[in-house]
Ligand binder design. Structure first.
Ligand SMILES: NC(=O)c1ccc[n+]([C@@H]2O[C@H](COP(=O)([O-])OP(=O)(O)OC[C@H]3O[C@@H](n4cnc5c(N)ncnc54)[C@H](OP(=O)(O)O)[C@@H]3O)[C@@H](O)[C@H]2O)c1
Length: 331
C-alpha cells in the first residue's frame, strides 16, 4: 500500500490579507475507501475563500483548516478501495468543502462530476461551484420555468454569468444588475435581456420590461443593499432566493408586500450540506447540465487563469470586484 505523496498546495499561514497565502508542500495520503486522487488542472477561486482566509468562514469538520479551495477540475490519478464509477485517466470536476488549492486532492468518488467533452480541463475548473449553485438555486429550489423572468443581481459574477446562460437554456428571460456598466455590457453578450447599472432605478426598468408583471424569480447575490428594490420588483408568486450577501445581511422586510405578492423568500448554501445531499446534487448536475455544455448551450465564463503561486493576486482581484466570471489557479 502506498504511503501517499508530497504535493504543492496554497496554505493560509494565519488569518489575514492576501499576503498570508503561501505555496507549501503537504502530505497527501493514499485515497481512502470511496475516494479518488485527482491531479488538479485548475482550482477555482471563490468569495468564500476570502472569508476563510480572514478567519471568518472555517472549513467544516474533515476538511483542512488552512488550505482553501471549493472546486477543481483534473484527471483521476488513483482509485481508492470500493470505487466503481471512475477509473484512472477520467476527466472529472467537482465541488468540495475545502482543500482544492492543491495540485492533487483526494475526493469522494460519488461527489465527482464528469467534465464535459469539448471543454478543456483548464476551463472546466470554472464550472462546478458557480454552475451547481446557480442551477440548484434556479431550478431545483426556485422552480424557474420557460417564459418566466428571472432577476439576477451581480450579474457579472461567476454565479451570475452561469445563471444568465442557464436561464436562457430553458427559455426564461434573464434580467440583471451590476454596479459596473462594462459588466452589464459583457452580460448582454451572453444573452442578458436587460441589464441595469447600480443600486438605483433598476426596479422601474424590471417592471417596464415585464409590462408591470415583475420578476418571477430573484437570484439574490447581493443581499440587503437591494432588499427594498426586490420587494418592489417581485411578481405575484415570486420565488426569491438568497445565495450571497456581499451587500449586507441585515435589513427590514415589509412582510405585507411578501403576503400580497404571495412570494417565497428562502436562502441556500452548498458547503454545509450532508455528503448524501452532495452526491444527489452531483449526479443530477451531471445528468442535466453537463450535456448543455456538450451541446454548446452554456460555457464556463473564465476571466483569467493565473499560475497557482499567484493566488494572492486572484484574491486581490476578487476583493476589488475586478473580475467578470471566474478566476482560476493553474497547477
Ligand atoms: N450559497 C452558496 O452556496 C454560494 C455558492 C457560491 C457563491 N455564493 C455567493 O454568491 C455570490 C456570487 O459569488 P461569485 O463567486 O459568483 O462572486 P464574484 O464572481 O466574486 O462576484 C461577486 C460580485 O458581487 C458584486 N458585489 C460585491 N459587493 C457588492 C455590494 N456591496 N453591492 C452590490 N454588489 C456587490 C460585485 O459585482 P459588481 O461589480 O457587478 O457590482 C462582484 O463582482 C457571492 O456573494 C458568493 O459568496 C454562495
Amino acid at each position: 500500500m502506498s504511503a501517499g505523496e508530497t504535493v504543492r498546495a496554497i496554505r493560509i499561514r494565519e488569518p489575514g490579507g492576501p499576503e498570508v497565502l503561501e505555496m507549501v508542500e503537504v502530505h497527501l495520503p493514499p485515497p481512502a475507501p470511496g475516494e479518488l486522487r485527482v491531479r488538479v488542472t485548475t482550482s477555482g477561486v471563490n468569495r468564500a475563500d476570502l472569508l476563510q482566509r480572514g478567519g471568518a468562514y472555517p472549513a467544516p469538520l474533515g476538511f483542512p483548516e488552512d488550505i482553501p479551495g471549493l472546486e477543481y477540475a483534473g484527471l483521476v490519478e488513483a482509485v481508492g478501495p470500493g470505487c466503481s464509477v471512475r477509473k484512472s485517466g477520467d476527466r472529472v470536476m467537482g465541488v468540495v468543502a475545502g482543500g482544492a488549492y492543491a495540485e492533487a486532492i483526494n475526493v469522494r468518488e460519488r461527489e465527482t462530476i464528469r467534465a464535459p467533452e469539448g471543454v478543456s480541463l483548464e476551463q472546466a475548473g470554472g464550472i462546478p461551484e458557480v454552475f451547481v449553485t446557480a442551477w440548484d438555486a434556479l431550478f431545483r429550489q426556485a422552480r424557474l420555468t420557460a417564459g418566466e423572468s428571472v432577476l439576477i443581481h451581480a450579474v457579472g459574477s461567476g454565479v451570475g454569468t452561469a445563471a444568465v446562460q442557464l436561464a436562457l437554456a430553458v427559455g426564461a428571460r434573464p434580467v440583471g444588475t451590476s454596479r459596473s456598466p462594462e459588466k452589464v455590457e459583457r452580460a448582454r453578450e451572453l444573452g442578458l435581456v436587460l441589464g441595469v447599472v447600480g443600486p438605483e432605478g433598476w426596479t422601474h426598468s424590471v417592471q417596464e420590461l415585464t409590462d408591470g408583471h415583475g420578476a418571477d424569480v430573484i437570484l439574490d447575490l447581493v443581499g440587503a443593499a437591494y432588499l427594498e428594490g426586490n420587494l418592489e420588483a417581485m411578481a405575484r408568486g415570486c420565488r426569491w432566493i438568497v445565495v450571497g450577501v456581499p451587500g449586507g445581511a441585515l435589513g427590514q422586510i415589509n412582510l405585507r408586500r411578501l403576503m400580497s405578492q404571495r412570494a417565497t423568500l428562502r436562502g441556500t448554501v452548498l458547503r454545509s450540506r450532508s455528503p448524501e445531499e452532495k452526491v444527489i446534487l452531483a449526479r443530477a448536475f451531471q445528468d442535466h447540465v453537463v450535456p448543455l455544455f456538450e451541446r454548446g448551450e452554456v460555457r464556463p465564463v473564465v476571466d483569467t487563469i493565473l499560475p497557482a503561486d499567484k493566488a494572492a493576486v486572484a484574491h486581490r482581484r476578487l476583493e476589488a470586484n475586478d473580475s467578470f466570471g471566474k478566476l482560476l489557479l493553474r497547477w
